[in-house]
Ligand binder design. Structure first.
Ligand SMILES: [Fe+2]
Ligand SMILES: [Fe+2]
Length: 292
């Protein structure tokens, strides 16, 4: 299921420029990025899969999009704390950031949880954080698209401000939370060679375009979700179909059918560059009928 997408682009890292490339003793780094965790079923799937993925890949950093973690919409401090206690280094969010009010003060704390940097400045939280392991510093940036989702400012101008706050880090991972594939593809090209990875979220459906771009930036349009494949992007399929059939209001509940973890594994051997990006598409261990 997982495919190593290290292409010729990996060798383009020799064209590295900028201050981070001056370090010749950089250690190998693996970043596991996990797509939108949907509800309790998604949280349980995350934790169970993480145990396996840690043994298999020993990721240096684990970054998780948690915008749907609380009952399918938003996140609470308790859920964020549970993720951090289980080895998640940083949490990114998206258009559902503010669904749960109790998260507002938590977003303004020093915890490594970020909402889109191009939201309005006076909205709670911030869009950039830095996490560290063994002397390696990873900057994490969250952006929102501007098409079909609500964000007060342009992702393409605010990313420059965000990168300006991350002068002294070894790697930067940018989660572009957006509906339109065009915006995400454009952001990948815009940041190629300037960050380690640009990973897309929000659609809950993984795309097949993961690769290392010529400048050395790992890119994928959407990593998918960590939640029920048996639903419709997280919702019970019967309810989603009824809504579409009847065009009437329908109460949506989170499906629990066929949960999978979806994400990417990014491997790096030099600062601010990726060697490979590999999709991780993994059924919840206890739910896998093949017993893998
Ligand atoms: Fe989502
Ligand atoms: Fe979203």
């Amino acid at each position: 299921m997982a495919e190593d997408q290290a292409a010729a682009g990996g060798s383009a890292a020799s064209a590295a420029d900028g201050p981070a490339s001056e370090s010749s003793s950089h250690r190998d780094v693996t970043i596991l990025f996990v797509g939108d965790v949907v509800g309790g079923i998604g949280r349980r799937t995350l934790l169970e899969c993480l145990t396996v993925l840690r043994e298999r890949h020993a990721p240096t950093f684990v970054v998780v999009n948690g915008e749907n973690a609380a009952g399918g919409l938003g996140i609470t401090p308790k859920i964020a704390e549970e993720m951090f206690a289980n080895g998640v280094d940083a949490i990114t969010l998206g258009n559902h950031t503010y669904h749960r009010r109790e998260i507002y003060p938590y977003l303004d704390s020093e915890k490594p949880i970020v909402r889109p940097a191009n939201f309005l400045r006076n909205q709670p939280g911030r869009g950039v954080c830095v996490v560290e392991h063994g002397g390696v510093h990873l900057g994490v940036v969250n952006l929102s698209g501007n098409l079909y989702v609500r964000a007060g400012r342009s992702a393409f101008t605010e990313i420059e401000v965000a990168l300006g706050e991350l002068k002294d880090v070894d790697h930067i991972l940018v989660d572009v939370h957006a509906e339109a594939t065009s915006e995400k593809v454009a952001m990948g090209w815009h940041l190629d060679g300037r960050v380690t990875a640009v990973v897309g979220t929000h659609t809950h459906v993984p795309t097949a375009d993961g690769r290392v771009l010529p400048g050395g930036t790992a890119y994928i349009t959407d990593v998918g979700m960590t939640g029920p494949r048996g639903g419709v992007i997280g919702v019970k399929r019967e309810q989603a179909i009824e809504s579409l059939l009847t065009q009437m209001p329908v109460r949506f509940e989170t499906s629990e059918d066929d949960p999978w973890l979806m994400g990417v594994l990014i491997k790096c051997s030099q600062p601010m560059r990726a060697d490979s990006i590999e999709q991780v598409l993994m059924p919840r261990p206890a739910q896998d009928p093949r017993g893998r």
